[in-house]
Design a protein around this ligand. Structure first.
Ligand SMILES: *Cc1c(COP(=O)(O)O)cnc(C)c1O
Length: 234
C-alpha cells in the first residue's frame, strides 16, 4: 500500500517524459487511476498523493467505494461495458462513461442523467483491431453513432476510447493509437457538430508512451499505480 505514492510518482514522471519526448503538453494529458479490484483505502492513498480521477469497471464495486469515500470528491469514470440495467446508476453517479458502443445505451444515459448534474461526458469505444471478441464499434460506423449521440441533450460527446490488442515494440504499439487519432481528426472534419471533440482515452500501464506519442488525452493506468489487483467478483 505504501508503494502507491511511489508508483504514482514514477508513473507521473514517465508521463512527463513521454509528453516532453513527443512534444505534448503535460496539462493536456489526464492520468486516470484505474481502480477496479482495489480497496477504497488504496484509492484514498492515491487521492492523497494527488490523483483526482478514478476509473471503475464494475458498478456495484464502484458504488461501495463511492460511499466509503463520500468525504472526498473524486471524479468518477465508468470505463467498462455498460448493460441497460446499469445505466440509471451510471447516469447518477459518474462524470464520464468511456465505453459507449450502442445508441440505445447512450439514449438511456441521457434520459436518466439527473437535471442538477452537468451533462455526462462520454466517449465512443472503437474496436480498432476489429477483433471479434472485443467490444467497440467498427471505425466505419463511428460517424453515424457520433452524430446521433451528439444530439442527445444530457450527454457531452468528448471523443474516442480504444483498447488495442497487445503489441511488442513502441512503433508497433503506436499503430492502433495513430488510427484512433486519425479517426478522431476525420470525425471533427466531417461535421461542424463534432468539431469540438477533444478526447482520446487510450494507453494503459504497458503502453502509455505509445498512446501519448499519438495524442492520448486520458491515459487509463491501473497496475502501474496500484500493483496487481484482485480478480472481479462474479
Ligand atoms: C483494467 C483497465 C485498464 C488498466 O489496465 P492496466 O494494465 O492495469 O493499466 C485500462 N482500461 C480499461 C478499460 C481497463 O479495463
Amino acid at each position: 500500500m505504501s508503494n502507491i505514492s511511489d508508483n504514482i510518482k514514477q508513473v507521473s514522471t514517465s508521463l512527463q517524459q513521454s509528453a516532453q519526448q513527443f512534444h505534448r503538453s503535460v496539462d493536456a494529458i489526464m492520468l486516470l487511476a484505474v481502480s477496479k479490484g482495489q480497496s477504497s483505502h488504496a484509492l484514498r492513498t492515491a487521492w492523497q498523493a494527488g490523483l483526482s480521477d478514478f476509473g471503475e469497471n464494475y458498478l456495484q464495486e464502484a458504488l461501495e467505494k463511492m460511499s466509503a469515500l463520500s468525504d472526498i470528491k473524486p471524479c468518477w469514470h465508468f470505463i467498462g461495458p455498460i448493460q441497460s440495467n446499469k445505466t440509471q446508476d451510471i447516469a447518477q453517479h459518474f462524470s464520464w462513461a468511456h465505453a459507449i458502443e450502442r445508441l440505445k445505451i447512450a439514449r438511456r444515459l441521457s434520459a436518466q442523467r439527473p437535471e442538477h448534474l452537468p451533462p455526462l461526458n462520454v466517449c465512443i469505444q472503437v474496436n480498432i483491431d476489429r477483433e471479434a471478441s472485443k467490444s467497440g464499434v467498427a471505425a466505419e460506423h463511428c460517424l453515424e453513432l457520433a452524430l446521433a449521440i451528439n444530439d442527445l441533450p444530457r450527454l457531452q460527446l468528448r471523443g474516442l476510447m480504444i483498447i488495442p490488442k497487445q503489441r511488442g515494440e513502441l512503433d508497433e504499439q503506436r499503430q492502433p493509437y495513430r488510427q484512433a487519432s486519425e479517426l478522431l481528426a476525420s470525425l471533427k472534419k466531417s461535421s461542424a457538430a463534432l468539431a469540438s471533440l477533444d478526447t482520446l482515452s487510450m494507453g494503459m500501464s504497458r503502453d502509455m508512451p505509445a498512446a501519448i506519442a499519438e495524442g492520448a488525452t486520458i491515459v487509463r493506468v491501473g497496475t502501474a499505480i496500484f500493483g496487481a489487483r484482485t480478480p472481479p467478483r462474479p
